[in-house]
Structures are given as structure tokens and as C-alpha cells.
Design a protein around this ligand. Structure first.
Ligand SMILES: [Zn+2]
Length: 351
């Protein structure tokens, strides 16, 4: 009995001991205040890990900031700007946007256009001023348009195509191939794959094209190459000989044609002689549906004229590799948009 009493007494002392030490660890006032502002316990736990006591006290002077953790976790977060972030924070703006605006000392006043642009899936920070000065009410279009450079004059202040990007190089009205450019990795097409003799493609593009043709034939689809690689002087001659209305619409200037890279192929049905035979053929439909599986994209679609700067060219396919082609097809974007956001910004596609 005595032994039992000692154990019970020890327990009692332990319990009261515990509770009295809890009593002495009173919750700091700023924690109580943060809770009152609406911060959840787990957010407060993370905040106390990341911030100093002084900073936590500072927080209590502001209203609840919904994206506070996004701000703190942003790769560009700067502790010395914390107060400015808190001051700038406006409902609806994401954490990245707040950090970007404050870090870069941007003085746009908060407005819906700014928020909508900065939250866009393809927002590129360095284009912000151009987005803001582009006149349109459609912010989705603004981001896509500026990323595609269509706010700039065509064929002026040209950038040089980064040919080291290989199958992801961009050639258009703003990016020009260097005059010295020579694609060394070129191979002739076997007569099985082309309606015209003497056609050449980049080897990787050709290997992919062969797979595409073989896959089509298994389904009774007979696709062949028509025009493939063209050197600068051929492009020049075709341009000069073309109707004025077609120039820079469906006919490319020298230095601005993907055909100079060996990555573009104008396709048609087996045995076809004219482009008209391609339009509304079952082969054309099959290509639109399946080309991406082999790394090809319809480069100048009907509904993307404004962004690509060229009219619909139903036969012109461009090799960009399977990953890029799949993404472009799934997201229904142009190569211009893809290039600006992923290739030029060196971003990886999120899987
Ligand atoms: Zn073409």
C-alpha cells in the first residue's frame, strides 16, 4: 500500500511539475496577435522558423497577408524588403508578383490588368513594361503577343538566331539566321520518303520523319516530303519570284526561313504535285493529330496568324523534338510562345 502511495505521489508531482512549466512558457504576444489576424497555427510555425522576433512583431502591424508564405518562399525574397512586400501586398496578387514588383522598384499602381498579367501562366518578368504598354483589354493575348514580339516592328533590330539551340532554334521575323550559318548535319532523303528528288533534312529531323511516315502507312496514310532544306539563295530567289501579296505571308525572306535549317518539311500525299491536293486530305488531318508524337508541329496554324506573323501554311511542319512538340500541341500555343518562355528563359517544362 505504501509503495502505491509513493508512486501516486510521484505522478502527482510530475503532473503538477509539467503544468507549472507550461504555465511559465506563456505564448508570446505576437503569436496571439497573428492568430487574431487570421494566421493558421501551421503558418505561424513556419513563420517563426523563418523570421526574427522583430520581423514577427512587424507582421502584426499589417492585415492578414494571404500569400505571405509564397513571398517568404520566393527564390528572390529579400529580408530587407519584407516591410515593402507587406505594404505592397494587394488581394489577388501572387507572392512572386509582389516580390518582383518590390525588388525591381516598379511603380505601377495596383490594378486588375497588372494582377492579371503577372498571374499569367507565361508571364516573363523582363517583359512587364511591354505588357503594360500594349493596348488591349485582353491580358491573355497581351502576354502571348509580347512574348511573341509582335509589339515590335518586323525585320527591324533583328536578333540573331541562336543556332546552338539546334532543333529548338527560332527563325522568324525577329530572329535571323547568321549569314554564315551552315547546318552540317544534313542527309539526303531516300526516294521512299519524298515526292521530289534531291531533298535534304537535318539527320535527327529525318530520322523522326521516317518514323512518322512508317507509322502513317500502318494506318493507310501516305505522307511524303515535298520541300525540305533550301539554301539562302534558293530562299531569296523564291521570295523575289513570289507575288507581292504572298511575300512575308506564306513566302519567307532569306535568313528568315526555317527551310534553311533543315528542320522544316513541307509535306504532301504520296505522288501529289500541288499543295491543293494536301488541303482537306485525310493525310493532312492525320498530321494535325499525330505529328507531335514524332516531334513535329504545324508551324503556322490558321488561328495563330497574329502570333506567328504568317498566314496559315497547312503543309509546313517543323521538327522541334517530342517534348516541345507534345507541350505545344497540348497547350495549343505557337513555337514563338514556347521559345520565349522555355528556351530563351531556360525553363524546364513542369511534368
Ligand atoms: Zn515550308
Amino acid at each position: 500500500m505504501k509503495k502505491g502511495l509513493v508512486i501516486a505521489l510521484t505522478f502527482f508531482l510530475l503532473l503538477t511539475g509539467c503544468s507549472s512549466s507550461n504555465e511559465s512558457m506563456k505564448e508570446p504576444e505576437y503569436i496571439t496577435e497573428l492568430k487574431e489576424l487570421g494566421y493558421q497555427q501551421e503558418v505561424i510555425d513556419e513563420l517563426t522558423e523563418k523570421l526574427t522576433t522583430e520581423e514577427l512583431n512587424k507582421l502584426t502591424e499589417f492585415d492578414y497577408v494571404e500569400v505571405l508564405l509564397d513571398i517568404l518562399n520566393s527564390k528572390d525574397y529579400k529580408a530587407e524588403n519584407l516591410e515593402k512586400y507587406l505594404k505592397y501586398y494587394e488581394a489577388g496578387m501572387n507572392g512572386e508578383a509582389v516580390v518582383y514588383i518590390v525588388n525591381n522598384d516598379i511603380h505601377y499602381t495596383y490594378n486588375e490588368k497588372l494582377v492579371s498579367i503577372m498571374n499569367h501562366e507565361y508571364f516573363i518578368a523582363e517583359n512587364l513594361d511591354r505588357y503594360m504598354s500594349y493596348e488591349s483589354d485582353n491580358t491573355d493575348f497581351i502576354v502571348r503577343a509580347v512574348n511573341s514580339n509582335i509589339d515590335k516592328e518586323v525585320f527591324e533590330n533583328l536578333k540573331t538566331t541562336d543556332t546552338a539551340k539546334n532543333e529548338l532554334m527560332l527563325v522568324n521575323k525577329y530572329y535571323q539566321l547568321p549569314s554564315s550559318y551552315q547546318n552540317k548535319n544534313m542527309v539526303y532523303l531516300s526516294s521512299k520518303y519524298t515526292n521530289k528528288s534531291g531533298q535534304r533534312l537535318n539527320k535527327e529531323a529525318y530520322d523522326a520523319f521516317k518514323k512518322l511516315v512508317e507509322a502513317g502507312e500502318k494506318e493507310g496514310i501516305y505522307i511524303r516530303a515535298m520541300n525540305t532544306f533550301q539554301n539562302a539563295s534558293t530562299v531569296e530567289k523564291n521570295y523575289t519570284a513570289s507575288d507581292d501579296v504572298q511575300k512575308d505571308k506564306t513566302v519567307f525572306r532569306s535568313g528568315h526561313s526555317e527551310h534553311q535549317t533543315g528542320l522544316a518539311v513541307d509535306v504532301n500525299k504520296k505522288g501529289a504535285k500541288t499543295e491543293e491536293e494536301w488541303i482537306s486530305s485525310k493525310e493532312a488531318e492525320w498530321m494535325q493529330e499525330n505529328a507531335y508524337l514524332y516531334g513535329f508541329i504545324l508551324r503556322y496554324p490558321e488561328d495563330k496568324k497574329e502570333l506567328t506573323g504568317y498566314d496559315f501554311i497547312p503543309c509546313h511542319y517543323r521538327y522541334v523534338g517530342v517534348d516541345a512538340a507534345t507541350y505545344i500541341k497540348e497547350k495549343n500555343i505557337t513555337f514563338e510562345e514556347y521559345y520565349a518562355y522555355f528556351v530563351e528563359q531556360d525553363r524546364q517544362i513542369e511534368q
